[in-house]
Design a protein around this ligand. Structure first.
Ligand code: SF4
Length: 50
């Protein structure tokens, strides 16, 4: 199954599977205010509206 990490703002939960991530950065290009790979945690689910 592999490890998963969940990031929720109460309305939406982003589920990230580190072992499946190929680091293509498509998510960062599409929603950079939420997905910030240089930060910890790198997914900031409260950075924009649901
Ligand atoms: S879209 Fe983002 S999370 Fe998904 S595989 Fe690519 S870099 Fe990883």
């Amino acid at each position: 199954m592999g490890k998963t990490k969940e990031y929720s703002n109460g309305d939406v939960t982003i589920v990230w599977k580190p072992e499946a991530c190929i680091h293509s950065a498509i998510c960062v290009k599409g929603l950079g205010e939420v997905l910030q790979p240089k930060e910890k945690p790198w997914i900031k689910n409260d950075a924009t509206s649901t």
